[in-house]
Ligand binder design. Structure first.
Ligand SMILES: [Fe+2]
Length: 288
């Protein structure tokens, strides 16, 4: 007979109950998660009130998610877990990872565009931006026919799905690299933006006295069959929040050089990407 007796005895019995899990990876994941959760509860001596609060938070982030917002992804982002998973799974032999978290705003099936086209589909006032770069493989060879999926916030700091004034799929587009691995497109400079603060994650940020403002950035997803999908972000080098990104996405390598042209009338950004060989697996879109 194996009964729960003391607080310490619960863990052993709980993990024993999971030992028969046929899927070995699920068994490993759930056993380790249970062990860490128990250690956490013991370490902080979690009260019943706090436990209730934690469960309410989980219910609330689910309820706050829907067509235009994914509060669950946001919660993982704000805890640094999304960045940790991105960096852990995309380590670079030379040092800093070229990857960054997906974030809650990627939509699948952005419009397919020709090279040089603008992704500003509706009237989007702001500083015109020309983006260009080359996609290479690990040996420095250009990758032709790679897909560059780009999405960004507007110059007022809103994604189209958050903003009535923008056309559907505004500031989103998919481009292909040419025979030399090059891509280019036109847009407007994105502004930094606060992560959504009208839900339970906003309450958490306020309780922690953390500001919600992400530095201005463009999101990129670079893919081609035979290569791992590269999910990343490129940040504006003149943004005041580079060192206090609430979702910890900024690495030195991801700071792009936004060069003002003609006295700041417009700007250029040149940024190259490197694809690693592997399986092309796309993430699940956080919003439809
Ligand atoms: Fe973003």
């Amino acid at each position: 007979m194996n009964f729960v007796t003391t607080p310490d005895s619960v863990l052993q019995i709980a993990t024993q109950a999971m030992a028969r899990t046929p899927d070995p990876r699920l068994r490993t994941l759930m056993t380790a998660l249970t062990r860490h959760l128990h250690a956490f509860v013991q370490e902080v001596k979690l009260t019943e009130d706090e436990f209730e609060g934690a469960l309410e938070f989980l219910v609330a982030i689910g309820q706050a998610s829907g067509e235009t917002k994914n509060e669950v992804v946001l919660a993982a982002d704000l805890l640094g877990v999304s960045t940790l998973v991105a960096l852990l799974n995309n380590q670079d032999p030379q040092g800093e990872s070229p990857a960054a978290l997906l974030g809650p705003f990627w939509r699948a099936n952005a419009p397919v565009c020709d090279a040089g086209e603008s992704i500003a589909r509706s009237e989007t006032p702001g500083t015109p931006l020309e983006v260009s770069g080359t996609v290479r493989d690990g040996r420095g060879q250009p990758v032709a026919g790679a897909t560059i999926d780009v999405w960004q916030a507007s110059p007022v700091g809103l994604y189209e799905n958050q903003d009535e004034a923008q056309e559907d799929m505004n500031l989103r587009g998919r481009f292909k690299t040419d025979a030399e691995g090059r891509f280019h497109f036109r847009s407007v400079r994105p502004a930094g933006y606060p992560v959504p603060t009208d839900g339970p994650c906003g309450d958490l940020l306020r309780a922690q006295q953390r500001h919600p403002n992400r530095p201005a950035h463009l999101h990129f997803m670079v893919s081609k069959p035979g290569y791992k999908v590269l999910i990343t972000q490129v940040f504006a080098d003149d943004d005041e929040n580079l060192e206090s990104d609430p979702v910890f996405g900024v690495t030195r390598r991801l700071i792009g050089r936004f060069e003002p042209q003609h006295g700041g009338e417009h700007a250029t950004l040149q940024h190259d990407f490197v694809l690693e060989p592997g399986e092309m697996n796309f993430p699940r879109p956080p919003i439809p």
